[in-house]
Structure formats: structure tokens, C-alpha cells
Design a protein around this ligand. Sequence first.
Ligand SMILES: *Cc1c(COP(=O)(O)O)cnc(C)c1O
Length: 461
Amino acid sequence: MGARGDAAALRSLPAVHELAAALDAPHRLAVAAARRAIDEQREAVRSGAPANGDLLPRARELLAELERPGLRQVLNATGVILHTNLGRAPLAPSAREAVARVAHGYSNLELDLETGQRGSRHAHVAQLLAELTGAEDAIVVNNGAGAVLLAAAAFAGPGRAIVVARGQLVEIGGGFRIPEVIAQSGARLIEVGTTNRTRLADYQRALRDADGGVGAIMRVHQSNFRTVGFVEDVPIEELCELGVPVIDDIGSGWLASQPAPIGGEPAPIGGGETIPVDEPLLTASVAAGAALVCCSGDKLLGGPQAGLLVGQRDAVAAARQHPLARALRIDKLSLAALEATLRLYRDPERVLREIPVLAMLAAHPDTLAARAERIAAGIGEAASVVAASGRVGGGALPLLELGGPAVALAGEPEALAGALRAGQVPVIARIHEERVLLDPRTLTEEEVPLVIEAVRGALAE
Ligand SMILES: *Cc1c(COP(=O)(O)O)cnc(C)c1O
């Protein structure tokens, strides 16, 4: 089309208010959708596309996009149980109900119902955490990263140092790097040992030589990687005997008592199978005498985003009194979900059944096989059941492969995965060896019909 044709096509575009008037939506929204449709068309004409006579259908599409919430439900078919991009742990039914109750009206968040005086929001979970972990006291904050920062800050002071093994100066993800966290806490960092080997004598020498005093030793779990081979580090029990407070950042919050994973021993799971849960146990660090043990609420603990600090009374009090505690405080909805999640841990059988993360980890192979078959049958001939392996994710158990069935889909994988993400209920799949795979482990029974419908829709495109 020549310049003159362009000009005519541009002149024929409707006015924003005309197009908006034809849309059934609040004025501001209708105008926004109409303006987008017209802008799009103007761009298209300028780049030589033929003019589109009727902009109304496109304006309606754009309106639907604007009306759709930004944060919405997706179906996790990746097989990665703790997917940080997908919001990590789904909540247990009782935790969801607790959130709804607290969201609905007022609560005794910071009110002591007995005295009528101001109470502490930590009181709702401190006792429960003490009971479950054996700790003297506890405080909870906004997330695991906040817990680590607060723990370091509680032991920092003018000229005070925090001692960390070189093999533990890690980056957790999202730019959260231990040396920088310690700098933010106000403490001086003393590094000991080497990347692969650190011995008790390295810590002892550092404690002897440090001028200005050592506030704490910090141990950091290698959450999202492992060093193997010629490696050595100091067990938490020995660190706790050095006479300096120990902060133990265990990351994943492994507290399950049924699948007893002490010392990385295989944990019994569904159907008598075993999963080698090689993650530090919260109770073990408390028993060893760590001053503060930090972990995340939404990793293997299976609760909401939160940061837990459990440990010795004085250390918890120091954390609670630090100004950062206010800045990092947990909100009431997360607190409600956390309390309900922790209550489940009182009953080992309910834990495995009702905490979705643990149920997925422990899913019986027969259950997964049946679910995969149901999904494949519902989709039709484009689907077949194959053997695959999933992951825990979220920086937990990085070497563990969770074997099981998956539903493989025929079709160009990138385009198909894109169509699945673009659906009404987006399905997030995994691509492996040029095929789209749907993993039944991270889908619930109730989600199966939704997945089938979404996949059929995507395949029809
Ligand atoms: C995940 C993790 C954190 C951060 O916890 P978030 O809840 O993600 O903020 C800190 N330390 C370790 C060792 C972790 O694995």
C-alpha cells in the first residue's frame, strides 16, 4: 500500500470514544481497551498491513485481557514440587481455611484475649514451634531471607564478626548472597577453611585470632547445589561446642517426623518406598544447641511464604527486639496459614496426607500411574504415557530425581508449550528431549479435568 493508501486507512480508524461506547465495560476500562485496539491497528497500517474494517472483536479481546487478574491460578505440570516461579508450596486445606477466616474479619493478631492488653503476633506460633522443634522460643518473619538477615543482625554489633566457612558463602538465588547479607547485618565477615574443606581447627583459629570479638558462627546449608568428592565440613554438634552462638540456616524447613530422615537415611514414603531426604532436620539443629535455626516456610515445610527462627530464649529475644524485626514482620494471612500448617505436624499421618508438598513427595507410584493414564485418555491420541523424572525444586534436594510416569504430547514443543501457557487456565509444562511432558505428581485429582480441557484446546489451535 502506498503512502496515500496509508493515510486513507489511518483516517478511517474509528475515534476512541466511538469504539469504547460499543464495549460493555466501565468507562475507564472500555476507553483503555479501545485505545489499545486503535493503537495496534495504527501500527499495523504503518508497517504495511491491510486495514481491518471492524476493530470491535479485537477491542473485546483486549478488554477481556484487561479484566483478567494479573496474578492467577496456573496448573503446574512441570513435576517440580517447589517451583519458586509458580509460588512454591500450595497450602493444606486447613491452612486455606485459616486464611479465609482471618481475611474475612478482625482477629486477635496482637491482642491478648485474657488480659485485654496488647499481645504479640509471634505468640500464635511460638509455642507450637517450641513444641514441634524442642526449641525454647521462636519468632517468624516475612521469609527465609529475612530470617537469615535478622539472625545475623541480632548477633552483629560494633566491630563484631560472624564466622562462615568458605564453602558456605553461597548465593541462594534472586541475588541473596551470604557475604552481602552479613555486610547488611552490620557484622564483619570472617571466612574460614576452603571451598571444599573446612575443619574444626579452622574455626578454633578464627575464634582465637579475631579482634573485636565474634558475634556468632553461621552455618549455611548448600540448598541448591552440592559439593561432592574431596569435601569436609564440621557437623552442627561440633560447631555448637565452640562456645560461640551458632546460627544455622537450614533453608528447606524439613520437619516431617513420619519420614524420619535423620542423617540422610532413607525416609519411608507411600507404598513402602523410600526417598532419601538428604536435608538438615530442624529438630536436629535445635537439639545440637544452635542459638538460632533459620528456615523458609514455603519449602519442604509446605506452608506459606515465611521465615522461621527457632532456638534459645536469649537469642530469640535479641532477634525480636532488633528494629529489623518490625521491618520484616509477617502479615496476618501468612501467619494464619503458618499456624494451621504447623498444627498438622502434631499428627504424623495427617502431615503426609494433608500438606500438599509432602503428599506429592510421597505419592504412591500407582496413584501417579493412574493419574497419568486418566490425563492421556482424556486428551486422546496426541498423548502417551512415558517414564520421566521430576524434581523437588525450591533449592531443596537438588540431586534427587523423582522417577514416575509423565504424559508426552505430540507436536512442536515450543509452540505447544506456549499455547498451553496462553490458555484460559494456563498449564505450565516441561519440555524434555523435544517433547512436551505433563507430570502428574504436581497436579491434583481435581485439576485433571482442567488439564485435559486446556490441552485439548491448545492442540486444536
Ligand atoms: C531458600 C533459602 C533461603 C531463603 O529463603 P526464602 O524463604 O526463599 O526467602 C535462605 N537460606 C537457604 C539456605 C535457603 O535454602
